[in-house]
Structure formats: C-alpha cells, structure tokens
Design a protein around this ligand. Structure first.
Ligand SMILES: *Cc1c(COP(=O)(O)O)cnc(C)c1O
Length: 523
C-alpha cells in the first residue's frame, strides 16, 4: 500500500497496527520532502538591504541568472534538518554493531576541548607565531602516536584511513624511487577492506591477492611465494577484518624486508591492541591510524576526519609536507622542498592544502590524556572482552567460522545457520532495523559466506550487550522456525521499506529537477 506521500505502509501480514494518517506522518516520525520542494524562489529568511552594485569588480564574471536556491524561513530550515536528523541512526541513539568501523562513543569532554576558542577559531593561514599552542598540541599528539606504536615518525595531515593508505603507499613509492627501483605490485590479503586494493590502484600499483588459511589468517607460505623484486609492499590489517590477530607478523616482516619490500599495516583496528602491542615492534614500516576508530573522534562520513600515518626509520625521510619543527624561535612549519632538503628530508609532496584536522587532533589528544596509559590499555581489553561476550553468547545458535578460539574486537558469523530457512543475511539485517538497531556489517569480509560482522566496542555496558544478544537470539529463533513473513519485506517500522540498494548505488539521482509547471486546469 502507498499513502499520499508515496511511502509504503506495511500492508497485509503487518506486524503492527496499520493506520493511514491524513498527514502522511507517523506520530513523531514526520514525512519530509526535499528542501527544494519546501522552498520557494524569492522567499528569504533574513532581512537584507537591497544590494547596490556600483561597479563590477569581477571582470564581467558576475552571475546574471537565478541561483536556484530554495527560499525558506529560519524555522522552516531548522524543522527540515531536525526532522531529517530524527530519521538517522546514530551512536548517540543506540548500539551500533557495525564491524570494521568501530562506532564508539564520542566523549563530550572532547567536544568541550575542541570548542576552546584558541583551537576552534584559528585559521590555517594565520602567522605561525600566533598559533604556537595549536602546533604544540599537534606535536604532542604526534608524540603519543609515535610512543603508542613505537615508530619514529608520523605524517599528521591525511584526513581519513583511506587517505592515510594513500599517503603510506606514496611514501613507499618515493622510498623505492630514491633507491632507483621501480616496483609494481602490492600484495593484499583476500579479507582486506576494499580501500586497500583501491588505494594501491590509485597510487599506480597492481594488486595481487594473498589467500587466507583455514584459521582466517594470512597464509604465510603463500605470501612468501608471491614475494619478489616486483613487489613494492604487503598491505595487511591487524587485527584483521575477520576480527583475528595475525600471529605471524614478525615472520612476514622479515620475509617482506628480505625481498626489499615494505610492510604496510592497515591500522583501522588499532583500538583492539592499543596499549598492548606496538606495531613498530612487529616490523611494520607504515600504518595509518583512524582517529575516529581508535581515539573516539566522530566519524565524519567522509567529512572532517583524520588518519595520521606512523612511519619506520626507513620511510620517515619521505613523509609529506608540512613538517612541524621546533627551533630557537619556537614551532615552525616546513612548507617547501628546499626547506625540507636543508633538514635532510625528502618529502614526496603533500596530501592536502594545510596541516590536517585541528578539531580532530584536539579530540584525540583529549581522549588519550583523559584515559592515561592504563586507561588506553583497558580500552583495548574491554573492546576485546565485549566482542568475545557477543561471540560466546551467540555462537550456539549462529555459525562462527573461526569461533573455536577467542576473537579480538569484533565477532564474525556466516550464514550456515540460515541454511534451508529461506532467510538471508540481508533479511536478518533488515529485521534488526525494526528492533531499533543499526544492522551489523554484512557480506564483509568476503572470505566467509553471508558474513555478519559485529563490533560492540568497549563503551557498551553488559546490559546493552544482553539486550542486543536477546534480540539476535529471538530473530534467529524466528528464522529457524520458518517465520519468513517476519523477514521478507522487513523493515516494517522504518520510514522507508526495502529499497533497491543496487540501483541507488549504481544509478544515484543526485540532482533535483523542478517539476514541470502544471498546465492551467481547464474550467
Ligand atoms: C575503516 C577502514 C578503512 C578506511 O578508513 P576510513 O577512515 O573510513 O577511510 C580501511 N581499512 C579498514 C580495515 C577499515 O576498517
């Protein structure tokens, strides 16, 4: 059934009372059109004096046509965005079990620190003498990142994990080039996050896959067999995307270095080992750290993130500009290659216009300092404990392909337990939405069939884990009891029902076109 706004209602087999409202809204869940459909050209929310342009200062480049922005009043704008925000699932609304994402609580203390005017109101082009405190903070965060990883250098400017990967591989490329070598291949395990092969391709490498063994770890012999003078680096995630610790890191590092290649570690899952294991001790040459996964800064959805990259002594000279240095005059930024050369540095270039994301740096350092060394180690312990609680509480009714031993920070299940039920991983994920949860990561990693990857994080209480486990066990029982109607067509209670996600991804409609003006109705 469709109501007047074109929203599908549950129809028959509904699991709740099927009321058609006059407004199309459902209680506090308001139907919300696009802001362009709400607005009206010529309407203005503020009172501005008419603009009087005496002479054109833009050399004739002044806009002449309509800009096409919707006109709305302030309350209309506020309502629009508040209504949209209420359709969103957020870490502040409930448990967010996405694996390989680490959706952990963003402490409010971090927010308070980031809003201090000395950090929040500065501009990257301000004279360096006026931002000494900000540069000192970046240096202090860099110090702690280097200390926690036992790595001698860190590039602070990359703005996300994927951007950090790009920075790391460009550093590796520059190091090979300085040795007069041209290597073309990056080895990536088959369980790798999609950004790893994508980054390798972007930086101009070809990707070769390394298989996993039956324990869900990299097959070390297969990896060794693939090494050679054409291999630039191995990219490995540890703990890996099956939620398992790679035990053979030292052996892999030795083999990689013997072959003249570098060892890149995807550090997205550093939250599981921070304060417990130092990647530098494992022989790693470069590793990005997603501040939004390990150090509790908000996930920016591609927005203002930070993915600093720690570097080994071999790669440190090639780190990108700018470099922060401290000399007689205080902190200073090395911004060009000539200045860098005088300091024996050979930067490959730069990753972005300025120095990175100040607000994220403040939040990450606030998180580190408020936890202290013992607190950070406990973060890792609790994250692992909570994931194992999920694994232990569900593995008798779901199927855990590597569930014989403990997991690290996330629990991986496959869809073997759904065999012959007619219910799929996707169905379980959609039914979870009706239960008030964001779905877990599904169909990733690709190494297991119908994967469901659950990462509770350390900030969930036992009570909230028990509630989630009870919901999962209930859904599994319904699936096994052949209650297919509970799943097919789920979610029933969300603002939108099941969407054509493939079409939405492949053929997104990103441009709104105004409807053709209606012809004057005949009398
Ligand atoms: C999240 C993640 C990335 C990408 O990081 P972004 O900050 O989202 O760009 C890369 N690898 C793994 C294993 C991840 O979980």
């Amino acid at each position: 059934m469709m109501n007047k706004q074109g929203r599908a209602t549950t129809g028959s087999g509904g699991h709740h009372m099927d009321i058609e409202t006059i407004s199309g809204d459902r209680g506090l869940d308001h139907e919300e059109p696009l802001i362009f459909e709400l607005g009206r050209a010529g309407k203005c929310g503020v009172d501005l004096p008419d603009l009087e342009i005496k002479h054109d200062r833009l050399g004739g480049l002044r806009r002449r046509g309509q800009i096409g922005l919707p006109g709305l009043s302030e309350p209309e704008v506020v309502r629009h965005f508040v209504r949209l925000s209420r359709k969103n699932y957020a870490i502040d609304a409930g448990l967010y079990p996405l694996g390989s994402c680490t959706m952990k609580h963003n402490p409010r203390l971090n927010e308070k620190m980031a809003r201090l005017p000395g950090f929040a109101d500065i501009h990257p082009l301000q004279p360096v003498s006026t931002v000494q405190g900000a540069l000192a903070l970046i240096e202090e965060l860099a110090f702690w990142l280097k200390t926690l990883t036992n790595m001698p250098a860190v590039a602070m400017s990359p703005k996300a994990g994927a951007h950090g990967e790009q920075c790391g591989l460009k550093t590796i490329k520059a190091a090979h080039k300085a040795r007069g070598e041209k290597r073309s291949v990056i080895l990536v395990p088959e369980s790798a996050h999609g950004t790893n092969p994508a980054t390798a391709a972007l930086v101009g490498y070809t990707v070769e896959e390394v298989p996993a063994n039956e324990r869900g770890r990299v097959d070390v012999e297969a990896l060794k067999a693939k090494l050679g003078p054409h291999v630039a680096a191995v990219m490995l995630t540890n703990p890996n995307t099956c939620g398992l610790f790679e035990n053979d890191m030292r052996a892999i590092a030795d083999a990689v270095h013997k072959a003249g290649a570098y060892f890149y570690c995807d550090g997205a899952n550093f939250n599981a080992i921070v304060g417990k294991v130092r990647p530098g001790d494992l022989g790693i040459d470069a590793m990005h750290i997603n501040l939004h996964k390990t150090f509790s800064t908000p996930h920016g959805g591609g927005g203002p993130g930070a993915g600093p990259v720690v570097l080994s002594a071999a790669l440190a000279p090639f780190a990108p500009l700018p470099l922060i240095v401290h000399d007689a005059g205080g902190f200073r930024l090395v911004e060009d290659k000539a200045d860098a050369k005088a300091r024996d540095a050979k930067p490959f270039g730069r990753m972005c216009a300025f120095h990175g994301q100040m607000g994220m740096f403040v939040r990450a350092l606030a998180y580190m300092i408020s936890h202290g060394a013992d607190g950070l180690a406990q973060v890792a312990e609790d994250a692992v404990l909570n994931a194992n609680y999920i694994l232990a509480s569900l593995k008798d009714v779901m199927s855990a392909p590597f569930g014989k031993g403990p997991c690290m920070h996330e629990a991986l299940f496959d869809d073997t337990f759904l065999k012959d039920t007619g219910v799929t991983t996707l169905d379980i994920a959609k039914a979870l939405i009706d239960e008030g949860y964001h779905p877990m990561t599904m169909y990733f990693p690709l190494v297991v069939h119908g994967a469901m990857l659950i990462e509770p994080t350390e900030t969930e209480s036992k009570r909230s884990l028990d509630e989630f486990v009870a919901v999962m066990r209930g859904l599994v029982e319904k699936a096994k009891g052949n209650d297919k109607s509970r799943f097919q067509g789920a979610p029933f209670l969300a603002p939108r029902r099941r969407l054509d996600e493939t079409a939405a991804a492949r053929k997104p409609i990103l441009r709104w076109t105004p409807p053709a003006p209606k012809a004057q109705a005949a009398e």
